[in-house]
Design a protein around this ligand. Sequence first.
Ligand code: TXA
Ligand code: MG
Length: 315
Amino acid sequence: MTVDESSKQIQQACSYLKNNQVVAIPTETVYGLAADATSDLGVAAIFALKNRPHFNPLIIHVSSIDQAEQIAVFSEKALAVAKTFWPGPLTLVLQRRLESSISLLASAGLETIAIRVPAHPIAQKLLKAYGRPLAAPSANRSTHISSTCVDDVLESFGSNAPFVINGGACRVGIESTILDLSEDSPVLLRPGGISLEDLESVIGKVKKNQESTCVKAPGMMKRHYAPLRPLRMNAVTPEATEAFLGFGPECENAHLNLSPSGCLTEAAAHLFRMMRDLDCDPFSGIAVAPIPLYGLGLAINDRLTRASCLLEIEQ
Ligand code: TXA
Ligand code: MG
């Protein structure tokens, strides 16, 4: 797309947002379904289109740390990670400022608020052009696979698809890491595009959510990111009717390979795209090769575990 076309799409998106309408936007992680975060009507339109439970709060996207500081209270640790990883695939959960103009519906009435500064140049341009924070969950129907390109968004919403700004394929391909810094000790609520190791190199020990006493990210439902067909993890040999999603040089018989060279960053970028591509006839299910549990492998295994969960959840 030319610079001109992209500026036109940004202008068009701003007029939708001003009218409390939803637009789909590219970010470096996955596409988001954005609305004006200060507008209850705009935020309500996101919940309706996504068929998302209202108790599940949204991430607020801003263009800079300065703008984020108007919405939430930053501790020293929060400022340190923000300065290191923003703009980028990290979401911080912080105490919400009482005077903040963010819709209470967006943060589901919680005292905390999730914020991030996305790195995608189009998301940055849009945030600057619009001037107000944008609430944006991933652009997929609740519990289904996130979208990493325009076609995924169009396919997810069919005839209800919103206006989509085209930003190409998402570079990271997996959602942001969510770090809770609203209390003294940092807690990892969702592994994602920034690894636990990288976070710990800046702020020291980070507890994983399972180790803390209560589930803090209401959206971390057991079944999520799910293809229509059953998905099986840590598969060494696929069944005859299964699609085989490989990882690394040993998986020569795989239908698709997340990263033939065994690179976890490349695997994360391909994960959702390949899950969608193998969720088709004549396959009866998807068998996924073992993925190591370090670096971005933590986030990949998290998404695969949720995709493989057979439990039906209440929406
Ligand atoms: O990469 C991303 O984070 C993408 C792009 C579009 O920015 N967004 C995304 O949003 O993944 P969503 O809505 O699919 O996931 C947001 C998660 C949910 O699990 C939600 O429960 C959690 O963030 N969350 C939001 N506000 C929270 C809060 N105050 N405390 C704890 N968790 C929160
Ligand atoms: Mg999501």
